[in-house]
Design a protein around this ligand. Sequence first.
Ligand code: BG6
Length: 282
Amino acid sequence: MSGLDIGSPDVVVLELKSDTRCIVHLFGATVVSWIRKGEECIFLSSKAKFDNKSAIRGGIPIVFPCFGPWAHGPQHGFARNSLWTLTTPPTKCEDGTMSATFSLADNEITRQMWDYKFKLHYNVVLSDDSLKTSLTVENTDSRPFTFTCLLHTYLRTQDLSNTFITNLKGCTYADKTKDGTLTLEDRDLVPIDRFIDYTYANTGEKHTVKGVTNNASILLKKENFPDLVVWNPWKEKASQMSDLSGYENMVCVEPGYVNNAYMIGASEKFTATQILTVVPNA
Ligand code: BG6
């Protein structure tokens, strides 16, 4: 699996069974692998860098406190470019799941870009058929602040010509391939057949990514993430990215709070969750 060193102290493995496990890298608290019944569900570029400097290309990078270009720091914010701490090591829970929690607090580097005190908590829960990831933003400052956030989920696909996303019909999206033109989605099933960079606003709680493997689809359930970004750079743009190989084996389906910024008061908390479940193809 690419340049990932599974023996590195920065790598945390949640193993439920010998064929069902999840790997999280402390750099960005990035989920880099989710193997369910022996099958990898997450895309990780074989050119992904593990230098603890560049965001990991693939997996589930965490976007915070800004989605997209950011005047104060790197694109998509600093959470995916920071080394997180493992606060609760992988633990078998009473319900049979494996859970681990990671955290990131403000520090000198984050405050230089964005002068607020905060704490992020990221809980990863692995069960037989699902991977649940919950992001909590805690405002530990004495002032309110605003942020956008997103889980930049790279799903692994075997055949993009058979990959479709459901439940977007009737939603409006900003088409970043056309300077952000607002467009009404009129398709029942959205195919991944070209360069796509769509930010859908206020979508439903559940989307199925059909045909991820020959036999299975992924049901993506989101809580408190109103929006959904769908991205694939396609051939030409992928070739310009030094760390991306295999655009034809991935689709990014990214639940987020991005269309409007979230305002969080002092001492308040905000939690949003993504649950990925492998389901048989309908
Ligand atoms: C998506 C954005 O979420 O992430 C795209 O909508 C962006 O515009 C893509 O190109 C990848 O971003 P990055 O910073 O990881 O190359």
